[in-house]
Write a protein that binds this ligand. Structure first.
Ligand code: SF4
Length: 246
């Protein structure tokens, strides 16, 4: 996971609204016109940081950022400037596309809507579980740092424990987020909040989901350092007296 210091100094760089999936809760493929950021000329001209802030951590997202041809150049540039990067991706792309980012991504934040193969396909419209699983294995075999990120929806909350277990048994970080305006019962909310005290879990409550970027990314939490810092502190305190398994 990102360091405490970098969490206090981060930026979201959205490269595209295009995506290769069609998740049911996503407005990007349903209503939004396609948009794409053209940052390559800025990098070539050495004026990137005239337009974008110099932060310690860049969250690179889409749509699906791996669909952007110049992604490798952007990531390599940020790395050369000493900036940590997290790539928020659905990983539904060929291995050679993923490999273009090795060496310049500090953390792959993998969109993980469900640990159940049938649900996975249903939720993502076009995603294939076998591809997700083999790409995850590939990233791990290549020594990449991976966090599974699970948007908790009313339809998927009953998979939360199973999703966490998959991350736990593979030794991965697990980031879950839910929208407080979604129709969860009080009991369900309490159940979700219990995960805050589980080791290796980061839990972000959101007031809304961003409709201009991939709504599977908790952009609202990334904009506000406090929920992340409080999670980071919770995680540091997840010592044995407080820790439990679900
Ligand atoms: S939610 Fe994210 S991964 Fe799913 S279709 Fe939308 S942009 Fe793509």
């Amino acid at each position: 996971m990102a360091t405490l210091r970098s969490l206090c100094s981060q930026y979201m760089l959205q490269l595209t609204t295009s995506c290769n999936l069609k998740c049911g809760f996503c407005p990007l493929w349903q209503v939004q016109p396609k948009r794409s950021a053209n940052v390559l000329p800025l990098i070539k001209a050495g004026t990137f940081f005239d337009l974008f802030p110099r932060k310690q951590l860049y969250n690179v997202l889409g749509g699906e950022p791996l669909l952007k041809g110049e992604l490798g150049v952007v990531l390599a540039y940020l790395k050369s400037e000493g900036i940590r990067t997290r790539l928020w991706t659905n990983a539904q792309l060929p291995l050679d596309v993923l490999a273009t980012c090795f060496g310049s991504v500090d953390e792959f934040m993998l969109y993980f809507p469900s640990p159940d193969p049938d649900d996975y396909q249903l939720l993502t419209g076009m995603g294939e579980w076998t591809q997700f699983e083999s790409n995850l294995d590939y990233l791990l075999a290549e020594g990449q740092s991976v966090v599974l990120q699970f948007p908790i929806l009313p339809d998927t909350v009953d998979r939360l424990a199973e999703a966490y277990e998959l991350a736990y048994y593979r030794g991965l970080g697990f980031l879950a987020h839910y929208c407080v305006t979604d129709p969860f019962s009080k009991e369900t909310r309490r159940y979700i909040e219990r995960f805050r005290r589980v080791k290796g879990v980061w839990l972000y409550p959101l007031k809304y989901r961003n409709e201009g970027a991939c709504p599977a990314v908790p952009t609202q939490a990334l904009r506000r350092p406090w929920p992340q810092l409080s999670n980071h502190l919770d995680e540091l305190m997840n010592g044995l007296p407080f820790r439990f398994r679900v």
